[in-house]
Design a protein around this ligand. Sequence first.
Ligand code: ZN
Length: 296
Amino acid sequence: MGQYGVIEGGGTKFVLGIADAAGTISARHRIATTTPDEVLSAAIEWFRAQDLQPAAIGIASFGPLDLDRASPSWGHVTRTTKPHWNGADLAGPFIRAFDCPVGVETDVNGAALAESRWGAGKEHNSLLYLTVGTGIGGGFVSGGRLLAGLSHPEMGHIRVPRHRDDLGFAGVCSFHGDCLEGLASGPAIIARWGDSLSKLAQGEGESEAGAGAGIVAWYLGQAVCNFQAILEPARIVLGGGVMSTPGLLDKVRHYAREAGGGYFVGDPEQVVVAPGLDSDSGLLGALAVALATESA
Ligand code: ZN
């Protein structure tokens, strides 16, 4: 069976793996995210040390990324404030080092593909993956293919109505203030209540945690309603650190159902789900990107 080099590019670490098409990961390696030169040459060195002769390489990375195959900067990081990484060429070094197809997607698109193929969406034709963590991002898969426009979707930056008990908060998005990410991401929660909702619930901030979870769930419920209206996904997977708050997923379902008014085919009670994949989801995302690239 062919082997694939898979790369999960994150803000603090890059995780590498060697995988087969069935999703078995046979080796793993971590590299701290320093500079592109250091990280990418260490990655190539590790793959070579494993004697990898890849059928394809898949990269699922933080973005934004240029994903237009016709663009001279395809596979590059764009518009990031992360030191050293603005304009970094993620794909080029692997194309030059290995004689195989190389695919690049955002980590969120990778997760959407992996959830669609092996996780919560494997019985379904369409799936939206939304991560709610340090940022909010989404990817949509229909018939095994990712939705793309001029660039990958930026679903975290949609506008949602304001919660009546939250009108004094300006939001933390540096571009839009009170877009969805500005209101419901991890940093937006810390800006209002001082800590993550899970930590508040364990400590002395129990009432803040309850009020905060209600407000955050309400915003995410409005977002789910918007995404149902635009895409009507068979499954909407809510992942990311904020979603590990106990009880939050049920609250989002409740508010999504209320906002949707029973209009959509999919009932949020069934449609809105937790991820089906566990800790390997990042590498499986990169594998799904490699497989999609190989068959393209
Ligand atoms: Zn925004």
